[in-house]
Design a protein around this ligand. Structure first.
Ligand code: 5GP
Ligand code: 5GP
Length: 216
């Protein structure tokens, strides 16, 4: 009996090794930021050298994550960022063309999914996801507008869940007057960076039950 169990273990060993190396993370967070909330904090922001971005959610990043909430980072220093055809607004100071933001995102997060997505596919996946879900429209259709008003956190999450079928993670920051405001929206995505999925775990929210949605 013991021998039988041991040989079954030996048989299963290579299978489990394959399963654990098939991909080295469990899902992606696709994180979008509201520029009004990035800019009206005490830290402030700078518009990119291309000018003031649209009054719309911008991409922060596509982040490989584990189901327990932890995440890998800076996975491969040998795969440098190659200034590719990618484009999403950067708001950090000093103003720039975005390349330092994108190279940071590639090095810190993108290299951790390189077993599945090369650099081009990684950025394309993020841009495709942005197009797939128009968060601002979803919120506006539910009467939630960037007008400096306060909205219930449940209402914001509910409007997004209603429109896309999945519950978002919502993160707040604090403006100069100390108000909690809608800062980032997290959607969960499969390891191919293609399909939205139900989030296995949510990020720390830092929101109150009602949050400001500031203009940009
Ligand atoms: P913060 O501490 O401001 O929430 O996050 C700082 C940075 O840590 C983020 O911009 C991101 O690069 C990384 N980070 C924070 N939380 C997560 C997470 O839950 N998953 C992943 N993959 N990265 C995270
Ligand atoms: P993370 O928080 O993802 O680890 O780091 C983001 C880095 O990218 C920071 O060094 C931040 O200054 C820079 N960065 C450049 N543009 C932006 C932007 O528009 N949004 C955010 N969140 N970070 C930006």
């Amino acid at each position: 009996m013991k021998l039988l169990r041991f040989s079954a273990f030996l048989l299963l060993l290579p299978l489990s090794a394959v399963a654990s190396t098939a991909h080295d993370f469990d899902f992606f967070y696709f994180v979008q930021q509201w520029p009004g909330s990035y800019c009206d904090t005490r830290q402030s922001c700078c518009y990119p050298s291309t000018g003031k971005p649209a009054s719309d959610f911008g991409i922060h990043g596509l982040w490989p994550n584990y189901n327990d909430g932890s995440y890998p980072s800076n996975c491969d220093s040998d795969w440098p960022y190659d200034a590719s055809e990618m484009n999403w607004p950067t708001l950090a100071c000093p103003s720039g063309d975005g390349s330092s933001f994108w190279s940071h995102e590639w090095r810190k997060h993108g290299t951790c999914s390189e077993s599945l997505l090369d650099q081009r596919s990684y950025f394309q996946a993020a841009l495709y996801l942005k197009k797939q879900v128009d968060l601002l429209k979803v919120l506006q259709d539910a009467g939630i507008r960037p007008d400096g008003g306060f909205y219930s956190l449940r209402g914001i999450a509910g409007a997004i869940r209603e429109a896309i079928g999945y519950t978002p993670g919502i993160q707040c920051n604090v403006d100069e007057s100390g108000n909690r405001q809608l800062y980032q929206i997290y959607l969960c995505v499969d390891t191919w960076g293609k399909e939205l999925i139900e989030c296995p775990v949510f990020p720390r929210s830092k929101c109150s039950s009602r949050v400001e949605f500031p203009p940009f």
